[in-house]
Design a protein around this ligand. Structure first.
Ligand SMILES: NC(=O)c1ccc[n+]([C@@H]2O[C@H](COP(=O)([O-])OP(=O)(O)OC[C@H]3O[C@@H](n4cnc5c(N)ncnc54)[C@H](O)[C@@H]3O)[C@@H](O)[C@H]2O)c1
Length: 356
């Protein structure tokens, strides 16, 4: 089968990541880059084209697919331009800045009979896949809570991400991944209500903190919390923390880090209504929060997952050739955008929002 020929608009951070992955990828031939800032093209790898303009790339007959890796506020126009030129499109996340934009982009792709999907490669993150494997295994009994959190310890928000007009803010940046993961973890389960706190802790225009509570029809409450200003003087190379916690009535699981460490933890029997034992702890004397009786805490390893971001483009190649569906459906990205609207509404009003 002929390789799929991809041209990329935007040779910034993500453009470089795509270049690294796709310049030698089975089933794909990377053609080259366009960027509105010519200096960004100076280090394009030898052998790849440096287009003079987006139009030149979009109209190159040797390009089958245009991948949009430009700032968030550019996605709408660039996707429509590429679709109108008859090109298939992969768009970086967040697919659009609003539902209306997404409707227009999808309509242009539909009218021009081109394929349209979104780069949500974090569906293949090892920490997420591990948490999802625990959830899917039902080994924790009736699950009631899932917590997904990401904290940055240095207060960094970079470049255009601090400007609203560019599509900045953490909800558009990481929030879209974290919410997509939760919705994809509970496929087909209605999300009934959403409550959110969303703030600009130190940034003037854009959100840099959010806590989002989602109550699903199956009784699970998912919590997603992200903060960029969780200042801590951590060891040299550790400037963030990523955690998952899943709770059920037959055990809990903790999953820490992107390449996760953690365990499934159970008790040998339910330690309910046991005779109170007074233990002195740092918090003072306690009965509930002292050590468990010897031998009652049992642990099991987390499930092993085999996953990496290359899997995203492996699916793309198979789906492009009609062998399976695209992993990321536009209807799913629309649901995430709707959820982000509900998050903003709840943040604004301080009330929970009915969702589905
Ligand atoms: N999937 C992921 O994990 C992930 C990670 C980082 C960024 N992203 C997404 O990738 C996109 C780019 O982010 P980034 O961090 O690479 O930004 P960046 O600022 O590093 O790079 C963006 C590049 O696009 C160029 N550009 C902007 N508007 C353009 C236009 N109209 N035409 C041509 N070039 C244009 C800029 O000159 C710049 O070189 C964003 O949508 C972002 O959300 C995704």
């Amino acid at each position: 089968m002929e390789p799929i020929r991809i041209g990329i608009i935007g040779h910034g951070f993500m453009g470089h990541e795509h270049e690294k992955m796709l310049s030698n990828f089975s089933g794909i031939r990377l053609m080259g880059f366009a960027d509105k800032d010519p200096s960004q093209l100076e280090d394009v790898l030898p052998g790849l084209k440096r287009y003079q303009s987006n139009e030149e790339l979009i109209h190159d007959p040797e390009v089958d697919v245009v991948l949009i890796a430009a700032n968030n506020n550019q996605h709408h126009d660039l996707v429509i331009q590429a679709a109108n030129a008859g090109k298939n499109v992969i768009c970086e996340k967040p697919v659009a800045m609003s539902l209306q934009q997404l409707d227009e982009m999808e309509e242009a792709c539909h009218q021009n009979h081109v394929r349209f999907t979104v780069h949500h490669q974090r569906r293949f993150d090892p920490d997420f896949r591990t948490a999802r494997a625990v959830y899917d295994s039902k080994t924790l009994g009736n699950m009631y809570t899932i917590k997904s959190s990401l904290y940055g310890f240095n207060g960094n928000m970079h470049d255009w991400h601090v400007y609203k007009s560019e599509g900045g803010g953490m909800l558009y940046d990481w929030g879209v991944h974290l919410l997509d993961q939760i919705l994809w973890m509970l496929p087909g389960v209605k999300l009934k209500t959403v409550f959110a706190d969303i703030r600009n802790v130190i940034n003037f225009e854009v959100d840099d903190y959010f806590k989002i509570l989602m109550r699903f029809e199956n009784g699970v409450t998912a919590e997603v919390e992200l903060g960029t200003y969780y200042l801590a003087d951590k060891v040299q190379d550790k400037w963030f923390e990523r955690h998952w916690f899943i709770g059920g009535n037959q055990g809990t699981a903790y999953v820490d880090g992107f390449f996760p460490e953690g365990k499934i933890v159970r008790t040998s029997h339910l330690l309910q209504n046991v005779s109170g034992q007074r233990t002195m702890t740092a918090a003072g004397p306690t009965r509930s929060f002292g050590p468990a009786p010897e031998g009652t805490i049992l642990t099991e390893p987390l499930p092993q997952v085999n996953t990496c971001h290359e899997n995203y483009f492996e699916n793309y190649v198979r789906a492009y050739h009609g062998e399976e569906d695209f992993l990321v459906q536009i209807s799913e990205t629309r649901r995430v955008l709707r959820l982000m609207d509900a998050v903003r509404e709840s943040g604004r009003t301080g009330k929970s929002v009915d969702f589905e």
